[in-house]
Design a protein around this ligand. Structure first.
Ligand code: UD1
Length: 401
């Protein structure tokens, strides 16, 4: 095994761009703070870059406030565009930042456009000064690597495949991800099974979330309720996809009060197809703007069930033992089905209703916690990264493969 050569301080740059990134980066930022506070070597200089992919108060800033994330050192302020334009704009604006800072490690998380855009810039960069160790670019670390839905019509699947193929250190959340990466020819020396940083953040904030007053504000007083999130383009961008889902939710609301925080894309779809009024006039369905992290976690924690097309929420419900009905044909997070509380039902109303009835009858999945979803994943990642040599080797003793 190569011996790690440590230079002090070490510079780690992390990228956050869209809502699901913030909870993941929060765990890594906490672990870096902890590493430095404990006097570990090397001291880590942490630089946080926000691409600005999400920019609304309710999609971005409120997460920074609630999660205690440091203010971004840089905000690229890219905003919303088509995929190509957004990705290109992030790359264009990120390159000078990377050249100015020359970090030892670039950490990208998840599967959003910001993830792949920044990884691609880093993979091709040439630092102006070649260090004594010959470093000409940062080591690229991908957190939440190896997840595959097998569905290349999902933009996130393209982002995952490309980011993983560009990365030098791949930190995975579940065992299947390891075999996915090996099958794609990624060498096993680069792969580290560390668990789930999103679940670290959940553990850290659950107690505080339980003190939120959101249920009172939503008119839920210890009653049963379902929590719904929908935002996948395949579910909300066409009338053919969205209308049957709206009808199905209307039907479920006969048996269960439903809460639906609306992603901007979903609100736009409902308005475009004239479905918003119908939803708003149903007193058993409550529509809200996107919620902050603590309020949403409060609602997740005590929901009778969750219906979602999100990736991360499949994992959070598994961690909380809450039944989850996933309104997609595939999932890149199979451990939530094999070990957790997730039902993958697709968008066929009959299948959705069957799963909902099973849960309402009290026969819903109880589930177990997947390996290493123990709140310590960020620590494992930072311990591993802090042992990186300038050649890009990770000390294998530190983290489990
Ligand atoms: C992005 C991610 C998706 C993630 C989701 C969580 C990609 C390819 N997709 O999808 O994986 O699950 O974030 O939300 O990166 N908008 C606002 N305010 C904002 C941000 C967006 O109004 O702060 C609106 C804009 O009209 C924009 C639309 O939402 O066009 C979609 O935003 P975008 O970041 O392009 O994709 P998401 O659907 O949010």
């Amino acid at each position: 095994m190569a011996v790690a050569r440590i230079f002090i301080p070490m510079k780690i740059m992390t990228i956050a761009g869209a809502r699901p990134n913030f909870m993941k980066v929060a765990s890594i930022a906490d672990a870096i703070r902890h590493h430095n506070k404990e006097g570990n070597s090397p001291v880590i200089d942490h630089i946080l870059v926000h691409t600005g992919q999400h920019y609304d108060e309710s999609m971005s800033q409120c997460f920074f406030d609630e999660l205690g994330l440091p203010r971004p050192d840089v905000n690229l302020e890219v905003g919303s565009e088509s995929h190509a334009q957004q990705t290109a704009e992030i790359m264009r604006r990120f390159e000078p930042v990377l050249l100015a800072e020359c970090p030892d490690v670039l950490v990208v998380v998840g599967d959003v456009n910001s993830t792949v855009a920044c990884a691609l810039v880093a993979a091709k960069i040439q630092y102006p000064l070649q260090g004594i160790s010959g470093k000409v670019r940062p080591l690229i670390a991908h957190v939440e690597a190896g997840l595959r839905s097998g569905d290349r019509s999902m933009p996130e699947e393209i982002n995952r495949l490309l980011t993983d193929s560009l990365s030098d250190a791949l930190f995975v959340t579940e065992e299947v991800a390891v075999s996915n990466l090996l099958r794609e020819g990624i060498s096993k020396e680069k792969i580290y099974f560390v668990g789930n940083v999103m679940i670290d953040t959940l553990h850290r904030h659950l107690e505080k979330a339980r003190r939120s007053e959101i249920k009172h504000a939503m008119g839920i007083n210890n009653g049963r309720y379902g929590l719904i999130t929908l935002h996948r383009p395949s579910n909300v961008d066409t009338r053919d996809a969205l209308e049957p889902l709206v009808r199905c939710l209307q039907e479920i609301s006969n048996d269960l009060f439903l809460l639906l925080p609306l992603h901007p894309r979903t609100r736009a779809g409902l308005e475009r197809f004239g479905l918003l009024d119908e939803f708003e006039s149903n007193r058993k369905i409550k529509l809200t703007p996107p919620l902050g992290y603590l309020d949403f976690l409060n609602l997740l924690d005590t929901a009778t069930m969750v219906l979602t097309d999100s990736g991360g929420i499949q994992e959070e419900t598994t961690a909380l033992g809450v039944p989850c009905v996933t309104l997609r044909e595939n999932t890149e997070r199979p451990v939530t089905i094999t070990t957790g509380t997730n039902y993958l039902v697709g968008t066929d109303p009959a299948k959705i209703l069957a799963a909902v009835r099973e849960i309402l009858s009290g026969m819903g999945k109880k589930g177990q916690i997947p390996p290493y979803w123990d709140g310590l994943s960020g620590e494992r990642i930072v311990a591993g990264l802090s042992n990186i040599s300038r050649q890009g080797e990770v000390n294998e003793e530190v983290i489990k493969k």
